[in-house]
Design a protein around this ligand. Structure first.
Ligand SMILES: N[C@H](CCC[C@H](N)C(=O)O)C(=O)O
Length: 320
């Protein structure tokens, strides 16, 4: 019996500390979940002197379609647990940076299972359309008993049942007061006085797996930064929040989460913590992200996306 290693060219990128192995989808990787689980491991995974951290938050398989104008990229994110995420805000920004490098175009369309977003690249700064955040129970999704109000209108002999399921707004889920929103993936967002005062790794798993979230949820904490509390904050710069996210699929806290940052802004608006259409700054541990959530229109997410290194990894370890 011999063990065969095929090698594949990879790059590593990060967006505000949310880091990804990037593989061109033309490469043949027989087992994507096994590849992601092996190389994302924070202790034994991909390692390079140009990277501050071993392992990664996921693998982005990117299929470039350069014949379109603007060029398109089909993005598939395989997470460390082998699952595929429908959307990833920082991953989509990395996909745009990667495609801009190859095509020379500073405008790209990023196709994801959650929809398509237009991206704009300006040096290291990448902005992406994130779609309209939804609080609708079927979009999050939520598992709730339908509140059936029997409209009891008899029409053509058939009884019409109007059923309405309630959104989940500032409700207690496993001890945390959360609002549920889908920004491409589900987030349970809790506003707290100080994100650093919460033991996220202790409280998040029960919320992430709560019955009300049949597909699970990412758990995002947010706290407002007041200009008076922080001398670095420019009081004219618009609303600002700090963020921490425990991610489904990573099953731990990440340095940054783009869908989570958009979720913070969308929920802040929904709860009237912010008004108007101003750009909202959301700061996860890994940096600053700029968000807009215009009424009824696509949210946008902007911030740095940077390449760390290029290298090679084993595709899979096969026994023959
Ligand atoms: N880090 C990503 C989110 C990945 C989504 C994933 N954790 C899930 O919902 O399963 C972001 O920047 O939006």
């Amino acid at each position: 019996m011999s063990v065969q290693h095929d090698r594949v060219a990879v790059e590593k990128y990060h967006g505000t500390g949310n880091d990804f192995i990037v593989v061109d989808a033309v490469e043949s990787i027989p087992d994507r979940p096994a590849f992601a689980t092996t190389h994302c491991d924070r202790e034994t995974g991909v390692d390079h002197e140009e990277s501050p951290r071993t392992g990664a938050d996921g693998v982005l398989f990117l299929a470039l379609e350069p014949m379109y104008s603007p060029p398109r990229v089909v993005m598939t994110l395989v997470q460390p647990d082998g699952s595929v995420a429908a959307m990833c805000g920082n991953g989509a920004r990395v996909a745009a940076a990667w495609a801009a490098e190859r095509t020379g175009s500073d405008e790209l369309m990023i196709d994801t299972p959650a929809g398509t977003g237009r991206a704009g690249v300006d040096g290291d700064d990448v902005r992406i359309e994130m779609g309209v955040p939804s609080f609708a129970p079927r979009d999050v999704p939520l598992a709730r008993e339908a509140e059936r109000s029997e409209a009891s209108e008899e029409r053509a002999g058939a009884k019409r049942h109007a059923s309405r399921e309630a959104e989940l707004i500032e409700e207690d889920v496993e001890g945390l007061t959360v609002t549920a929103v889908n920004t491409g993936v589900p987030h349970a967002v809790a506003f707290v006085d100080d994100v650093d005062d919460v033991d996220l790794e202790a409280v998040a798993p029960a919320v992430r797996h709560a019955d009300v979230f049949p597909e699970g949820a990412n758990v995002t904490l947010a706290s407002r930064v007041d200009a008076d509390d922080d001398s670095d904050v420019d009081s004219d710069a618009g609303p600002r929040f700090r963020q921490r996210t425990y991610e489904r699929g990573v099953e731990g806290e990440t340095r940054s989460c783009g869908t989570g940052a958009v979720a913070v802004a969308a929920v802040a608006k929904r709860l009237d913590l912010v008004t108007g259409e101003e750009t909202i700054t959301v700061s996860p541990p890994g940096g600053d992200l700029r968000i807009t959530v215009p009424d009824g229109d696509s949210a946008t997410l902007a911030g740095p996306a940077e390449r760390e290194f290029a290298g090679e990894l084993d595709t899979v370890v096969r026994s023959t």
